[in-house]
Design a protein around this ligand. Structure first.
Ligand SMILES: Cc1cc2nc3c(=O)[nH]c(=O)nc-3n(C[C@H](O)[C@H](O)[C@H](O)COP(=O)(O)O)c2cc1C
Length: 201
């Protein structure tokens, strides 16, 4: 599987290679994502399993730099109180700004939304997360990086800045773009620590 360059043709790499190579990317090049690639990624979300096939997920694509910059400033303003509330260390303003410059460096963002008024309740984050997973794997198959942002870009700020109707909950916000570089895969526990057969021991 290749690392995408702007003019690279897509091919379909084997599924397990995609799973191995997907890592969270938090810094992007400004290269645009062509509409045809975006639609292939969104179509993978459309085909994701979902509760009762009620298809309550919606996808808001944001490319507007002005809107993204405004959201970035709001994230920077509110981050200190979020970190304090969690008992986490608060970085200085410059570090925080550099972090959010990276968070908002992608050429486009997909917000995964779920209609809370759908018939079967309580599945919002399950449906949204599975759709998000399809997005992230499809994007990786095409050589793009992604990450599943939740607290880093708070839901309420997205609702306000993108004027999202209250009937939706936001599962996550996913940047899609060409990575500045591909991060190392983070360690995972070995399978024998994670899997039990028949009984948890
Ligand atoms: C439910 C969920 C919430 C996450 N929220 C954030 C987040 O707010 N900010 C962030 O930088 N990464 C977030 N991530 C990404 C994880 O940090 C990342 O998947 C994890 O560290 C494993 O790294 P990998 O994706 O590179 O394998 C989230 C992932 C999940 C599944």
């Amino acid at each position: 599987m290749t690392n995408r360059t702007t003019d690279e043709e897509t091919r379909d790499p084997p599924f397990f290679e995609v799973v191995e190579k997907r890592v969270s990317v938090r810094r992007y090049k400004p290269d645009p994502v062509p509409q045809v690639h975006l639609e292939k990624i969104l179509n993978s979300a459309r085909l994701a399993p979902n509760s009762g096939n009620q298809q309550a997920c919606r996808y808001l694509v944001v490319r507007d730099r002005e809107k993204l910059d405004k959201l970035k400033e709001d994230c920077i303003k509110t981050r200190e109180s979020v970190l304090r509330a969690r008992g986490d260390e608060v970085p200085d303003e410059e570090t925080l700004r550099k972090h959010y410059n990276d968070v908002f460096s992608a050429p486009l963002y997909i917000l995964v939304l779920v209609d809370k008024t759908a018939r079967y309740k309580g599945y919002e984050d399950k449906d949204g997360s599975i759709a998000a997973c399809h997005i992230m794997l499809a994007a990786r198959a095409m050589g793009y990086g992604t990450v599943f942002y939740t607290d880093s870009v708070p839901e309420e700020l997205c609702m306000k800045n993108f004027d999202i109707p209250e009937k939706y909950s936001r599962t996550c916000m996913i940047p899609v773009g060409v990575p500045e570089s591909w991060p190392e895969r983070r360690n995972r526990l070995p399978l024998d620590e994670l899997v039990f057969y028949e009984k948890i021991t």
